[in-house]
Write a protein that binds this ligand. Structure first.
Ligand code: SF4
Ligand code: SF4
Length: 264
């Protein structure tokens, strides 16, 4: 008897879906090698997303692989008795305890991210609540970051299968090629600029810029905007105490004029 146990890591509650599918794939493989093998899959939550519902989960049910759910508070207990593995679990439908002596016990571990905080701060790119990197837009910009010129793919984005990583890597490299193939790059129209003669050198704008687009020229005591990196968020213009940092298409005069028009 072989037993597969699907699991989830409580420190990272993100369910990767990958380990569920992999556990069932392994179970089917065992059945293929020896159809008389009895395979139990103990699970707390199981997902075989997309077409895998049919090609893995439904197929596994038809092949006689037995799925047993257990609740959070009643995790299976594993011990060794007289040199044999002993697994105890409770069948929630029958309300009875089940004991197994499996030949093998396979723990399907989920994929968890490493500590990505330092790199995400250095690159000024966001993380998801599960600490993987977050794309700019799930559907419209799936391999872009909101910061221009940085792309993501594979496990940096989320747990995924190899073929998914390959497709995403192809998409990311194609996106990068759209930049590398150009001789010149046009910036957005609404980038920030600093009128150097009025800059007080307080560096508040450097601190608030979420894209690291402003540096401080200590020699000239003035903030300098990198127009390629600037995303036109307006944070530097809003915080600048002297009104020196301004944004093209959103100058103070233009904004006041818009407000006046609205109030008329
Ligand atoms: S507009 Fe936003 S991105 Fe551009 S320099 Fe100012 S704070 Fe940075
Ligand atoms: S916040 Fe304004 S005054 Fe201060 S460094 Fe930036 S541009 Fe200069």
């Amino acid at each position: 008897m072989v037993q597969c146990v699907g699991s989830r890591n409580d420190d990272h509650p993100y369910c990767s879906r990958i380990c569920c599918s992999q556990a069932i794939k392994n179970a089917l493989q065992l059945k293929e090698i020896n159809p008389d093998t009895t395979v139990y899959v103990l699970y707390r939550d199981i997902r075989t997303y997309g077409f895998r519902e049919d090609i893995l989960y439904q197929k596994a049910r038809k092949k006689g692989i037995i799925f047993m759910w257990y609740p959070d508070e009643k995790e299976p207990a594993v011990s060794v008795e007289h040199g044999k593995l002993l697994v105890k679990t409770t069948d929630h439908i029958l309300g009875r305890e089940f004991l197994f002596h499996p030949d093998a016990l396979v723990l399907s571990t989920g994929i968890v991210p490493q500590d990505n905080r330092v790199l995400s701060q250095q690159l000024k790119v966001p993380l998801t609540q599960d600490s993987f990197y977050a794309e700019a837009h799930v559907k419209l910009r799936p391999v872009d970051f909101s910061a221009d010129g940085i792309f993501l793919c594979g496990l940096a984005h989320s747990p995924r299968f190899l073929e998914e990583s390959i497709v995403q890597a192809q998409a990311a490299s194609a996106r990068a090629a759209t930049i590398l193939s150009k001789k010149d790059i046009e910036t957005k129209g609404n980038v920030a600029y600093v009128r150097s003669r009025n800059c007080g050198g307080c560096q508040l704008c450097v601190t608030v810029c979420p894209y690291d687009a402003i540096t401080f020229d200590a020699e000239k005591n003035v903030a300098v905007v990198n127009e390629i990196l600037c995303q036109g968020c307006g944070a530097c213009s809003a915080i600048c105490p002297s009104g020196t940092s301004q944004q093209h298409t959103f100058t103070k005069r233009q904004i006041v004029s818009m407000v006046d028009t609205c109030l008329e």
